[in-house]
Design a protein around this ligand. Sequence first.
Ligand SMILES: [Zn+2]
Length: 341
Amino acid sequence: MKPSKLLATLAALTLALSLSFTTASQAQEADKLPNYVPVLPQVKARALAVDPQKGYLVKQVKPDVYVITDGIYQSAFVTTGKGVILFDAPESFAQHIVKAVTETTKEPIVQLVYSHAHLDHIAGAGLLVKQVPKLVIVAEEGTAAFLREKKDPRRPIPTSTFKNQHTLKLGTMTVELKKGQWHSPEGDLFVYLPQRKFLMAIDTLAAGHVPFMDFDLSTNMHAYLKVFDQLMSYDFDVLVPGHLTYLADRQDVQMSKDYALDVYKTVKRIHDGTDQMKVMSAAAQKYSWDNKFAIFRTLLDGVVAQCAAEIQGRWIDKLAAVDVFGTSHCRAALIYARWDD
Ligand SMILES: [Zn+2]
């Protein structure tokens, strides 16, 4: 064997060995992780099929209305006869957006609407304005004010703003935009196409699943608990909720509402029914009364744990991931029930 060939063989062997070591250590790490129930079969059956080689899927959901997803994030666009209006530009599939639109329609992208200021849903806009320099970017004033302050090249400052609500008309399409408060402190947006019964409300819920952590990172539980009725007040049959490989319908909104209210009522009942002095006195035996945060934490953790156990028992067969995020929901609802309610 020539020395160069020997070296190549050794290199290949080393690589193979290092790969197998990595795999073994990964398996060890995985063993330490908690167990969660698999996604429910009835939920899995609804998943949109994203080709992993392609990295994204364009799905027509209504005449002239399309959803783009990479399986984790969702955006949408409409053709109007006078150009495409795009709703959100997630960073995770930003490089595919222009291609996704051009393989669907000859109309150019002319407008982009920001649903809210969060990076994960709009930070692909920086790349998009390089490809579409005359892009009009529409946002509610609260979102726009935040982005003016951030001066973030990934999230270009909106060129067209409105306060609270605005009807956007372009070509054949009417888009009703209305500010909401369910998720981000700067404001969220209902995007509604009345001619198509199509609604977009990002970071509200996840179809077939419980909401993401802390009720979809809501910074306003009071408003979050109202969002389901607000959604239902629209005459829609397709809802783009922003995440995962699923589109939502009215039944998903109702299920998410029932779940959120159950968590809230459960944690409130347990909290109000707890003998707080008894729990804290027991904790003080261990921590002493000096360590008031430790004592208080024991009280709150106990309420959250009881709530999570009850909620899991009632929802584990109905919505996916209640064992993943149910505890965070009980905690978020407890903060609201104890300090706001
Ligand atoms: Zn968000």
